[in-house]
Design a protein around this ligand. Structure first.
Ligand SMILES: [Zn+2]
Ligand SMILES: [Zn+2]
Length: 455
């Protein structure tokens, strides 16, 4: 049957043409990738050195003096126009923000953000380059550690800066790199934005960042569209009763009993008032009252953290907390003039929502730069980030943050198979594997920036 044979041949021909096109395309991509791989090979030892140095010399939020000097210095050497000590906190104190601009012809403006601060955690990794830094705090001396991996973020950021500066013929537009202080205490992003980040420097078309995670092995990255990190609110509640002798509770209004009832009642905000398909957390992390066995105090103090994924859910949960708190105090017979004091901290962080269109573009770039098999679907988590604030500041640019795997792949595999514990960010034992985490991060971020600034 000739007709059929002809069709078969045509199919085969089309098929071969298809394969040739694919080979040509992947060949071109492979050449670009080989070039980047070679450049990374030349630098990787230096970068691991930078990482270990940063890890050994962590600085707490708002105190990133030496760290920001190192970041600014390296960016200056690469030919960026650098402004340091940029930003002002609400207190009026100057922030150690770094802004580095590299103009390279016509095209969009892409911001890449790293954070720079460490945490008050005493390191317990046993690494040769573990931090020995101690700092005096009001409640005693604490260790200081890059327990969230912001040292890894900075190293990848500086590596990306070098790769972008060396390959200016491959992209066109403006690259703005921002070193943000005080992410952990929330205030760094606001300090830079309020000081005019988006008006004194080129207006952003896109803002991109990454965060390390122990949930992925080093060598992998992951992306997620939509809400990636929860919004966080801190709520302080003062239950005001009437104190007295512990032996005569009937002539008092015991704030400890009222606050205890409240702690239990607050559990229903999530279990009975929230859609189970919308992640929500209400945690009472602190409960303080009283001085002695036989004294009923006048007040009890509660501190809550509230995590929500959308502005509407946030409003609903905060309203429920107020309603339940006031209702329980009233039921206990507390008069209106001694009603509970409920304070919602002003420095709340909204949810980090990854722009779908930008995230899709970045996801394709990640697959190209680190290989499809190394790009996994990402998961949202209930932690928070002030990265969310960049999306809310005029001109309200699309933003996206992706995950960078940090765990030793052998340990990750063992954890999957045997259920062993994997210390993650904020743990005193969190120990990212610098290679291949740095290499993968630089490839991924360089790939994302090059895609957004493509010629
Ligand atoms: Zn953190
Ligand atoms: Zn972090």
């Amino acid at each position: 049957m000739p007709a059929q044979r002809e069709t078969k041949m045509n199919t085969r021909l089309t098929c071969w043409i298809g394969i040739a096109v694919i080979l040509l395309a992947t060949g071109a991509a492979a050449i670009a990738q080989d070039d980047l791989d070679q450049r990374i090979d030349k630098n990787i030892n230096d970068w691991v050195g930078t990482y270990k140095h940063l890890h050994e010399h962590p600085e707490l939020s708002t105190e990133e003096k030496e760290t920001s000097t190192l970041v600014a210095g390296q960016l200056k050497k690469l030919g960026f126009e650098v402004t340091d000590h940029f930003g002002k906190y609400e207190s009026g104190n100057a922030a150690y923000g770094v802004v580095a601009v590299l103009k390279n012809g016509a095209g969009p403006t892409v911001y890449v953000r790293t954070d720079m601060d460490a945490l008050p955690v005493t390191e317990n990794t046993g690494l040769a380059y573990a931090s020995k830094v101690r700092e005096k705090q009001p409640n005693g001396e604490v260790g200081v550690m890059h327990a969230c991996g912001h040292d890894l973020h900075m190293t990848v950021f500086l590596g990306t800066a070098k790769m972008m500066a060396e390959t200016k013929d491959k992209w066109s537009g403006t690259l703005v790199l921002i070193g943000q202080p005080a992410e952990e205490t929330v205030g760094g992003a606001a300090a830079m934005l309020h000081a005019g980040l988006f008006t004194k420097f080129p207006k952003p078309d896109y803002v991109v960042a990454l965060h390390d995670t122990s949930s992925l092995p080093a060598g992998k990255v992951a992306w997620h569209t939509g809400t990636m990190l929860a919004g966080a609110d801190s709520v302080d509640i003062t239950i005001r009763g009437f104190g007295g002798h512990g032996a005569a509770p009937y002539v008092t209004k015991d704030p400890i009993v009222i606050a205890s009832e409240l702690v239990v009642a607050l559990q229903t905000v999530v279990s009975r008032e929230s859609d189970p398909l919308v992640p929500t957390v209400v945690t009472v992390g602190s409960f303080h009252a009283g001085t002695k066995h036989n004294i009923i105090p006048d007040e009890a103090h509660l501190q809550l953290t509230v995590r929500t994924m959308t502005p509407a859910q946030r409003e609903k949960v905060l309203a429920a907390i107020k309603r339940i708190t006031n209702g329980i105090a009233e039921a206990a017979g507390i008069p209106a003039e001694r009603a509970p004091i409920i304070e919602i901290a002003k420095d709340n962080v909204p949810a980090t929502i990854n722009d779908p269109a930008l995230t899709q573009r970045v996801a394709v770039a990640l697959e190209k730069s680190v290989g499809k098999e190394n790009v996994w679907p990402g998961q949202p988590i209930m932690a928070s980030e002030d990265f969310s604030l960049y999306a809310l500041e005029d001109p309200k640019p699309p933003t996206t943050m992706f995950w960078l795997g940090a765990t030793d792949p052998a340990k990750w595999k063992e954890a999957q198979e045997k259920g062993t514990r994997l210390p993650g960010p904020h743990s005193s034992e969190f120990a990212p594997l610098p290679e291949p985490a740095i290499r993968t991060g630089v490839k991924a971020m360089t790939g994302a920036a090059t895609e957004l600034l493509h010629k």
